[in-house]
Write a protein that binds this ligand. Structure first.
Ligand SMILES: *Cc1c(COP(=O)(O)O)cnc(C)c1O
Length: 440
């Protein structure tokens, strides 16, 4: 007979594991109204207010006297060896190897909780060869950008969503919890420290890539829940991303390769999702395509393009109704992208009169049929790294399916959505999604 502590409903195995982990490592994350949090999509809202300092707190827990991640304790050691900023358009900038002067790190152990976070000169981490992340993919990350606006201000874009998602991803792979607001404060502090030098005010429209990461760092080879973890945040130079006016060329995945599956971890930004996709991506590149369009299941459901969400705009077969369509989050095989979410919200708000916004399963055969019948209007990939990238062609079952593109702009709606987002990110429009970093 199973011990009584084992959940009887096997659908809650992951949820229970995550809830008990949050209770142990970041009790303040627990919403006082619900009493518990499953650490997943419920947390993915703009309205995250929980954190050590907001009074929403759960009872100071006897079960966890250990310190939580606390940005107010940050120690600061500024560099003595300032790095040089690569020129705009230089090969150094394009290499994606150059990081700014500083980074933030924070250590966690199961016996002492979260140590004081440190802002310090950018440099190597020290890890033992037995470190869990090097063997068992106990790693998760986020991808964000710091924008230098046309109004001279530094901004993040909906960073609460990234911080909440990072917590969800950490939970999925048994890494410790933290209040998302504390992570956001740390990210903001690093941006405030390095933003002025690395994104000069006279270069509006530029950005740095922000990579918050957590790894299990315990030096022990046992396959077990990590007892030590390291959180770090770095800022990296990226080349400007002007998408190809001809649009991305996508290769639809074949049956021998699946990116994610129900019950897996495709919805989490964990390193384990990316390494195994590189073979297919390399193959696509070798054949002259930019990215894989990941299909799932025997019906060939369209999921994501590379590491971006994917959208099509088509006219329906029967009524000729214009629809913006993307795959749903329900089966948890798709990443709940901040860009995806923003596209859906903007389209519902501003394009609702012109097109219907639909989150549903759809197959590559439906896309191909729409293309052949002249009903395919536009397609684009959406994510922080590549932003909104028009798709010009999809190779599927031996055929090159062309997607109509307006000269130089991608498609009309793709261009419109991209412009609205750009205006918010770079401060042409004051909007609640823009999070201004105050500079000294
Ligand atoms: C990061 C990522 C996205 C895009 O998410 P954003 O929050 O919009 O940057 C989409 N799909 C996958 C698989 C990703 O890793």
């Amino acid at each position: 007979m199973a011990p009584s502590a084992v959940p009887q409903d096997d659908s809650t195995l992951t949820a229970n594991g995550i809830a008990s982990s949050i209770a142990k490592t970041a009790p303040s994350v627990l919403d006082s109204s619900s009493g518990q949090s499953n650490g997943t999509s419920a947390l993915l809202t703009d309205k995250i207010t929980n954190g050590p300092s907001n009074g929403l707190k759960s009872t100071p827990s006897a079960s966890s006297p250990l310190p939580e991640l606390d940005a107010s304790k940050l120690t600061i050691t500024l560099t003595q060896n300032p790095r040089s900023v690569p020129a705009a358009g230089s090969p150094e900038q394009a290499s994606q190897k150059v990081c700014t002067d500083h980074m933030i790190t924070a250590q966690w152990t199961s016996s002492s909780g979260w140590a004081v976070p440190e802002l310090k000169p950018y440099g190597p981490l020290t890890l033992m060869p037995t470190a869990s992340c090097l063997h068992y993919a106990t790693e998760c990350f986020e991808g964000m950008k710091l924008y230098r606006g046309f109004d001279g201000k530094l901004r993040l874009f909906r960073p609460n969503l990234n911080c909440a998602r990072m917590l969800m991803s950490a939970n999925r792979i048994a890494l410790p919890s933290f209040p998302p607001t504390e992570l956001l404060k740390l990210i903001a502090k690093l941006c405030e420290t390095d933003g002025g030098k690395w994104l000069p005010k006279d270069q509006p429209g530029s950005f740095l890539y922000i990579r918050p990461t957590m790894i299990a760092s315990d030096p022990a080879l046992g396959v077990q829940r990590p007892k030590e973890a390291t959180l770090f945040i770095i800022l990296t130079c990226f080349p400007p991303m002007d998408s190809d006016p001809k649009g991305l060329k996508l290769l639809a995945s074949k049956n021998d390769m699946v990116r994610a599956w129900p019950g897996g971890f495709g919805y989490a930004k964990v390193g384990a999702n990316y390494g195994p996709s590189l073979v297919a991506q390399g193959e696509a590149r070798a054949l002259g395509f930019d990215q894989i369009l990941w299909l799932f299941g025997k019906n060939g459901e369209v999921t994501e393009a590379g590491a971006s969400n994917f959208f099509v705009i088509w006219r329906t077969k029967d009524e000729g109704k214009l629809q913006l369509v993307t795959a749903p989050l329900g089966e948890k095989i798709i990443l709940d992208g901040v860009t995806r979410r923003s596209v859906l919200e903007l389209a519902r708000e501003k394009l609702g009169g012109e097109l219907e916004v639909v989150e549903r399963k759809y197959t590559m055969a439906e896309v191909a049929e729409a293309q052949q019948e002249g009903r395919l209007v536009e397609a684009f990939a959406a994510g922080t790294a590549f932003f909104i990238a028009p798709v010009g062609l999809i190779h599927y079952h031996g055929n090159d399916l062309g997607v109509p593109l307006e000269e130089g702009k991608g498609g009309k709606y793709t261009y419109q959505l991209k412009t609205w987002l750009k205006d918010i990110m770079w401060g042409n429009q004051q909007h609640e999604w823009g999070y201004v970093i105050e500079e000294k």
